[in-house]
Design a protein around this ligand. Structure first.
Ligand SMILES: [Zn+2]
Length: 316
């Protein structure tokens, strides 16, 4: 029922790197973060692909990358829902040998070169998501047994010590695991099941990361301003009446400022003022006003102190 949304975290990291000078000290840090996020997305895609290929013999719906809020906000990689139960899958894509420690909970990775690295245990994350989804359901007067499992997206991941009380699966073990769960407990009637599935979609809120400048303490001034050409990727489109022109590839595009504004919100700041907009897009005050007012941004404050905020709901 729901595919994975575009990762705004990834978009922000890519935008930020492309606007920093080639010798900026934070580039390696951002690049490393980008690879780890891409590996995670790759793993989630493998699991999603398995669900696309496999057909179950009973009614079910699958939600990828669901973000909900209960006592706090939480994000579930894959949610498999039937009228009899729900299953949360937490996908991990960490190479090498993996050791799941329970006390204190930790995931220890040993790479091929012998280097060891500790991560927050996915068991903790899964348990927390199970509790939060249970209370989300309870708030809607729905009782449904919930199960959880950790999926290792790639079979090359070697487990030396599995978690004591949590199911650990490779993708091809997911269908037999689901089929092994009891079907005949008190089921939701089909109207309630239908309502619940739509309620999950209705309540989904995309995860909006902090701007890169804030997360990595990079001054906004370090990011190169200018409108990016969507055709050749170069920064420096020129404003012409009613359109933007790329001096590198010659293309014209009247909407080119929109993704560049999104880059501002992901890399620099959650809000933008008229002055910042002028400097970011290289336009005059009147063009900046027209652009800011034409973009469906939320306005905060009046006249002189007005700032604009991106409404990220369009990325649902
Ligand atoms: Zn171009």
């Amino acid at each position: 029922m729901k595919e994975r949304s575009d990762s705004l975290v990834l978009k922000g990291l890519i935008a930020a790197q492309s606007r920093l000078s080639s010798h900026h000290s934070m580039l390696p840090v951002l690049a490393a973060k980008q690879s780890s996020i891409e590996a995670g997305i790759g793993g989630e895609e493998r699991v999603a692909e398995l669900f696309r290929r496999y057909t179950f013999s009973f009614k079910n719906n699958i939600f990828h990358d669901l973000s909900l809020s209960s006592d706090s906000t939480f994000q579930i990689d894959h949610t498999f829902l039937t009228p009899s139960f729900g299953i949360l899958f937490e996908t991990k894509n960490i190479a090498g040998s993996l050791e799941f420690k329970d006390d204190p909970p930790q995931l220890i990775q040993t790479k091929e070169n012998g280097e060891r690295k500790a991560y927050e245990s996915p068991v903790v994350q899964l348990e927390r998501n199970l509790e939060l989804l249970a209370s989300w359901l309870q708030a809607r007067n729905i009782t449904l047994p919930l199960f959880g499992a950790i999926v290792l997206a790639y079979p090359k991941q070697i487990v030396t010590v599995p978690p004591a009380n949590t199911k650990l699966l490779f993708p091809n073990m997911i269908p037999p695991f689901i089929n092994s769960l009891p079907q005949n407990s008190k089921k939701l009637d089909s109207e309630t099941f239908h309502w619940l599935c739509h309620e999950l979609l209705r309540c989904h809120r995309p995860y909006i990361p902090k701007p890169i400048s804030e997360s990595y303490h990079i001054p906004v001034g370090d990011f190169q301003p200018g409108v990016r050409c969507l055709d050749c990727g170069k920064i420096g489109m020129i404003k012409l009446p009613r359109t933007w022109h790329c001096p590198y590839c010659g293309v014209n595009n009247n909407k080119a400022h929109v993704p560049t504004m999104l880059e501002w919100f992901l890399a620099c700041n959650r809000t933008i003022t008229n002055r910042e907009c002028r400097e970011w897009l290289h336009v005059d005050i009147h063009t900046a006003t027209r652009i800011l007012q034409g973009m469906d941004l939320k306005k905060i404050g009046t006249f002189r102190n007005r700032v604009y905020v991106m409404d990220f709901r369009q990325f649902k």
